[in-house]
Design a protein around this ligand. Sequence first.
Ligand code: PHE
Length: 343
Amino acid sequence: MTSLLHQIEQLRSAFIQELQKASHTKDLENLKVKYLGKKGPVQSLMLELKHSPSEERPHLGKLINDLKEELVSHCDNSLACFKEQEMRQRFEKERLDPALPGRENFLGRSHPVIQALEKAVDILIGMGFSVRLGPNLDTDYYNFEGLNFSPDHPAREMQDTFYVSTDWLLRTHTSNVQVHTMEETKPPVRVVAPGRCFRNETISARSHVFFHQIEGFYVDRHVTFADLLATMDEFWKKLLGEEVETRFRPSYFPFTEPGLEVDVRCTSCKGAGCRLCKHTGWLEVCGAGMIHPIVLKKGGFDPEIYSGYAWGMGIERLTILQHKIPDIRYFTQNDMRFLRQFS
Ligand code: PHE
């Protein structure tokens, strides 16, 4: 009797000790199986009951049953506590606070340079031009020689051009599309050629080793200098606003005759003079000119019959002017704080 009583007490205190160490519902489930399972110690006590004197059996049996119930209720109570605690922790973690500011959802959008480029191309498509894309990697012929650059022209020198081999290079301007197009088509041609250009320059706030240009050109019978001026005027008004004024200054390009520099009245100060226009009241926006007869000839068009005009503009520069961006390097740094400003 004493030994069985002793065992019951021992079992109870061993169980209580283990119960105190439990920290998880899983621990409790294991504990329940360990003590109350078919091969557990409580069951062994029941079996041992057979060996005790018959007059003590009912009393001892009740004690063991009581122990069993006690252990079960301990387990169940703790289990309920643990479950509630775990639930509360989960709720705490997943709690929705309607007072918190919402998380902003950023949609992707095109790069500001591409936005400007697409706007200009769309306008020119509306004016009857069709898009042609030239190769970024091209031969010296299409980038220079076909455009009437003399063999010793400074722009061919290594410091400006990325040569891939003696003959192949990364185009320095979109004008390379001119002779390609003339070789592949018949007049009239009215082409807009947007794309990337490359120049071997030191990267600074004002220049980069790659940038974008849009080339426009038109070749047909009787294309005149007045057509060029009118097209420029119309294009820049459509791009920057009806109030925009254009100004033309003589300039030189080997592939034009005559060549021009096109300015527009400063979009920021409207001509009064400001930092953006360096107090001149005007912004230089593109190079232009009548296509040189030598270039027409190289493209296979008879300059006695056909004439044409062309212009080329830098898109980064245009975007910088429109948005007053102080540094061209912002365009290539992929800083989301900068890019998100252009919707
Ligand atoms: N290709 C010239 C440049 O990169 C721009 C230009 C194009 C000038 C067409 C005249 C005619 O500066």
